[in-house]
Design a protein around this ligand. Structure first.
Ligand SMILES: [Zn+2]
Length: 1086
């Protein structure tokens, strides 16, 4: 998938993330901002987000809807420092530097290394040493501090010369077995049975990155060893079938059938190439860099992938996966000597490469004049195609890489122009009414040369030029007039807050630092420099104070943008025929091929297809499985992770306090009950939340309000939250206001929360209209990119009230609601506006309010009086009646049709209805099903990018889902076979132990303090006690094969009574309905 995306997405601002399926974004949690980073650097990661998030799925099933947020922005900025900014809230005890063990020179020498440089980096309180492996030239950074979340990564420069996707296919393939670990997929074994806090791989346009993380030292070194063996000694270079499976091959089940292309990467990229935002991003990048490696697609163009030969693939590995071309990173509290010892074992085997510089990335020369490109993208037939154009302006900012200070200043400029809804370039574009949503990622500096991209989608053909003119004139105006002082101050505070908080969410801090460092190191620049922000930040502040912000920023806009001829304008036109044409072109190639083949050829191909499938479906022999190192149950703590929670009250309102070290940041959540809201108002909730943060009050315009929040806090967000509660009909449904600030600013934080909730006026019709079209654009995007999330929400909607609400606020029903709302805003604005007031009146009440605070003890105490004041200002209506929600939705199987080349297929049922009683073993079993049965059948032999199951223990809904799936009915057959799979299952003790440990790894997922406080709040809302957690843990730890067999009967409910929802292409649903007479009700969505 698009990794950048993925990395940015972790905290789920959106419905796609409802159920924690993350959309393709970097984790910039709290952010409804994703639209503007829709592309630029294209990173692809080994596992679909869904796989990664299974962990979360298992633990939490609450649903979070599109979040309105003001803090979105800083994360955008933070990516400059941590390419993976993230989950907005959380500070952990910053790693301090105790008596870090140093590696004496003679010890390094003994292992074949020499120390190149050494530094203490105050910003991350770490000692960092750069070593060079003398024999091969491999470079190693060894970072020591007291962070228990240890990180290892190995990175190779892998610039491709064509779009066959070699680097991407290789990235997948090296994880399919190696010298020491000769099984099909050690990677999957690690997923099953380790305590990893991060495990994945990414392909960038010019490098491939293999990171792992764990808090358990033994587990950590196990992971490191498996990864090192995988990259240096993979089986795939001698195994044509792995290349076929992960890359591409012809498939022919029977000589009488048609030949088709299959392959995990082939299919993954077909999905990527179905998404307009992705096509735009790729087209822009390739047009900006026609002369170097960025002019081709490292991920692979599905049209070109079948040109790749096995010999080219082998050669690429030989050339680039060599120590002389490697950069290696270690981080955390483990022994730095041990790191070198492990590495020496691998590196010493190699001699220096004869051409270590062959992977060097060439610079792109600047164009003498601007370029214009027009491209088509696949669009559905429905809707008004005239208003579906996209236009994006892109600049290559410099012929030479920039120094860090200039990059930092450009980062600020980017934040000032685009970072928040109040930022002028963003605001002017959205308010122009020329388009629905922003495209382009602003300034990107992850590649050798920085770029800037900005544009709009949802544009009419005749308005394309107006958009271009507006962008140019706004930039010109900004360079002439500069920025408001308050805006500069707000950006400065936001950025500083985020740098110091260093909140990487569920992403390991050490990995975030590694990606920051590697962004320069890979180009042979100083790898420590990107980690040190204090000095350049201070210098920039001083310059702004001395010369004024205009003198700092205006010359940059002029030099890099306005007077820069290297500009590429990309215009994208909707083409309802494109998807069909592409399909037809592919068919034609395959038909021609088949026509040219003799009967023997065809028989041979069918045999090879059969052979590959057989290999894929044959389990690894137990001896091979045993090679993958694993922990034993005695390495596992018997008790769940404890979060200190004190339940008290302030002025009669319940308050949860979590006394945790947060480095002087106060994290607060204010929760309101949504249960008294009238049914017809539910779909308005997400827009209500957005309006609170983006409409302004009597005293402040929304720009001023946003600036105030930026200047005084670390951000505020508001969103609805819903989940089923086990054993109860009634769902849990709330609105949560989440905010953070330095503890000394607690008063400001609560004043601003109050202002947002009580004083914002719902009067700005034009702005509201923009929210509606942005939401519509976002939903459409989600449908294409995260169709499995939409399918899951829809299935839930058919099965329980919480699911129904989720569909109302972020699923297909929501999309339909938005389509009607656009008109209503024009015709009956006062009606809409009073509906928003009505929502406020029914939600805001001290009754049913709950406060959650996370900080150090003294800061908690200090905050109390401001909480009290805040509560006193809330209306204290007597508790309103619970509204009647008539949550009916047609229970039949549904196909949601969109223009796509790959499907998302789901099937689900409530297994509590069969009498199944929850046991912790269900976590182990679901994970096992996902990692074995579904992985093998849906991904490996089915060719989908991902397939997994998910058990919502709150509602009892067990669901199967696939991701970027070439199949439809076939996948449903796999789901239906799960019960029998379990009944026939034989597993030995080792495998069982591994599954248990892997599950504990999920349950104990690493959390920064804010996330701990937040999880504890959610457990409180869902009625999950500490006793229950302990009981589930014991059940997990004592899971037996008998539990698997018993679970088979429960899971058969899905086969027998399950509901099916699929997001599919029109051709596939037509074929399916022909084959199984009208199996699906068809719903056209785009
Ligand atoms: Zn991939």
């Amino acid at each position: 998938m698009e990794g950048k995306a993925f990395l940015r997405s972790l905290s789920s601002s959106s419905l796609a993330c409802n159920r924690f399926f993350f959309p393709c974004r970097f984790p910039r949690s709290f952010s409804s901002f994703s639209s503007s980073s829709s592309f630029s650097v294209h990173r692809i990661s080994h596992r679909p987000i869904t796989a990664l998030t299974r962990r979360t799925l298992l633990r939490r099933h609450w649903k979070v809807y599109p979040i309105a947020a003001t803090s979105s922005s800083f994360l955008r900025f933070n990516k400059r420092f941590s390419s993976l900014s993230t989950s907005a809230v959380a500070a952990q005890p910053a790693p301090s530097s105790p008596d870090v063990v140093s590696v004496p020179d003679e010890v390094a020498e003994k292992f074949g290394f020499e120390k190149v440089s050494e530094e203490f980096i105050g910003e991350c309180k770490s000692k960092a040493v750069l070593f060079r492996h003398k024999k091969t030239g491999a470079e190693v950074i060894s970072v020591s501090n007291d962070d228990e979340n240890k990180v290892f990564g190995i990175v190779f420069r892998t610039p491709p010369k064509d779009s066959t996707g070699i680097p991407h296919i290789l990235e997948h393939s090296v994880l399919c077995g190696s010298r020491k670990y000769p099984l099909k997929e050690p990677f999957v074994e690690l997923l099953k049975g380790s305590l990893n806090t991060f495990l994945n791989a990414f392909t960038y346009p010019d490098r491939t990155c293999y990171p792992v993380a764990s808090t358990n030292t033994k587990d950590f070194y196990n992971l490191v060893d498996v990864y090192l063996d995988a990259v240096f000694f993979p089986k795939c270079v001698d195994d044509y079938q792995t290349f076929q499976q992960e890359g591409w091959h012809f498939e022919l089940n029977n000589p009488s059938e048609e030949i088709c292309y299959k392959g995990v990467v082939f299919n993954e990229m077909k999905g990527v190439y179905s998404q307009p935002d992705n096509i735009l991003g790729r087209t822009s990048q390739q047009a900006l860099f026609p002369d170097n490696t960025y002019g081709v697609d490292s991920g692979g163009d599905p049209k070109v992938i079948p040109k790749l030969t096995f010999e080219q693939f082998q050669e690429f590995h030989r050339k680039y996966y060599h120590p002389s071309n490697a950069r290696i990173w270690f981080y955390g509290d483990d022994d730095p000597v041990e790191r070198l010892r492990i590495l020496s074992e691998y590196l010493d085997v190699f001699n220096a490469s004869s051409a270590p510089n062959e992977s060097k990335i060439e610079l792109q020369k600047l164009f003498p004049e601007p370029v214009r490109i027009v491209e088509k993208y696949p669009a559905g037939e429905g809707g008004d195609l005239k208003k579906k154009h996209m236009v994006c302006l892109n600049w290559l900012l410099s012929e030479k890489p920039l120094d860090l200070e200039t990059e930092l200043t450009l980062g600020f400029l980017d934040h000032l122009m685009l970072g928040t809804p109040a930022s002028p370039l963003r605001k002017i574009l959205l308010e122009s009414g020329l388009g629905d949503a922003i495209v382009g990622g602003g300034i990107e500096d992850e590649l050798l040369q920085p770029q800037f991209s900005i544009g709009l989608k949802g544009v009419s053909e005749e308005d394309i030029h107006k958009v271009e003119e507006l962008i140019m004139s706004t930039l010109k105006k900004l360079s002439e007039e500069g920025f408001e002082t308050d805006a500069v101050e707000a950006s400065m505070n936001t950025i500083e807050f985020s740098l110091r908080e260093n909140n990487t969410g569920s992403f390991p801090r050490g990995l975030s630092l590694m990606l920051r460092s590697i962004g320069k190191w890979i180009y042979d620049r100083d790898p420590f420099e990107p980690l040190k922000y204090e000095k350049p930040l201070k210098a920039l502040k001083a310059r702004i104070a001395e010369e004024g912000s205009k003198a700092v920023f205006s010359p940059l806009i002029e030099k890099f943008i306005l007077n820069n001829p290297h500009r590429v304008t990309v215009e994208m036109r909707p083409d309802p025929e494109k998807a069909t044409c592409d399909e037809a072109a592919e068919r034609e190639i395959l038909e021609k091929l088949k026509a040219s083949m003799t009967e023997e050829d065809l028989a041979e191909l069918a045999r090879a297809t059969q052979e590959l499938r057989l290999k894929q479906e044959t389990p690894d022999p137990p001896e091979a499985l045993k090679t993958v190192p694993s922990l034993s149950l005695k390495d596992i703590p018997k008790e769940p992770i404890h979060v200190p929670t004190e339940v008290g009250d302030i002025h009669g309102v319940k308050v949860l306090r979590h006394n945790l070290f947060t480095n002087d940041v106060l994290y607060a959540e204010v929760v309101f009950n949504m249960r008294s809201l009238k049914q017809e108002l539910l779909p308005l909730m997400p827009l209500f939340c957005q309006s609170l943060l983006e409409m302004g009050t009597k005293d402040y315009t929304f720009v001023q309000l946003n600036q105030l929040i930026g200047r005084k806090t670390g951000g505020i967000s508001v969103y609805p939250f819903t989940s089923s509660i086990r054993g109860r009909e009634e769902p849990c449904s709330h609105m949560i206001v989440r905010g953070k600030a330095m503890a000394g600013r607690a008063e400001d934080l609560f004043n601003l929360v109050n202002c947002v909730l009580q004083e914002v006026q719902f009067t700005d019709q034009q702005r509201f209209k923009q929210f509606v079209s942005q939401s519509k654009a976002r939903m459409e995007n989600r449908l294409r990119g995260s169709g499995h999330g939409i399918a899951a929400a829809r299935m839930d909607a058919k099965l329980n009230v919480a699911g129904w609400i989720s569909d109302q606020m972020g699923g297909i029903s929501y999309l339909e609601f938005l389509q009607g709302l656009e008109e209503r805003v024009d015709q009956d604005w006062s009606g809409v506006s009073s509906s928003l007031e009505e929502i406020r009146a029914s939600l805001l009440s001290r009754n049913g309010c709950l406060i959650n605070l996370t900080a150090d003890g003294k800061n908690l105490t200090n905050a109390e009086k401001y909480v009290g004041k805040f509560l006193d200002l809330l209306p204290s209506n007597s508790f309103a009646e619970t509204a009647t929600w008539n949550s009916r939705i047609s229970p039949g199987n549904e196909a949601i049709v969109i223009p796509t080349q790959v499907n998302y297929v789901g099937k689900a049922a409530n297994i509590y209805d069969t009498g199944y009683q929850l046991s912790g073993s269900a976590y182990v079993i679901s994970k096992y099903i996902s990692n074995t049965w579904l992985w093998d059948r849906v991904r490996v032999s089915g060719g989908a990018y991902g397939g997994f199951c998910d058990f919502d223990t709150h509602s009892g809904v067990f669901s199967f889902l696939s991701y970027r799936d070439p199949n439809l009915l076939k996948t449903l057959d796999v789901y239906d076979g799960t019960g029998d799979f379990l009944r026939e299952l034989e597993i030995d003790d080792d495998t069982l132990t591994k599954s248990i440990i892997g599950t504990i790894g999920d349950v104990d997922a690493y959390q920064l303090p804010d996330a701990k406080g937040y999880s504890s709040l959610l457990r409180y809302l869902l009625g999950i006690t500490e006793e229950e957690r302990q009981k589930r843990r014991e059940e997990i730890l004592s899971t037996s094969l008998k539990d698997f067999k018993e679970f088979a009967d429960a899971i058969d409910a899905v086969k027998n009574k399950g509901v099916v929802v699929a997001v599919v292409s029109p051709e596939d649903v037509e074929a399916a309905n022909k084959e199984c007479s009208n199996y699906f009700q068809v719903k056209k969505a785009l």
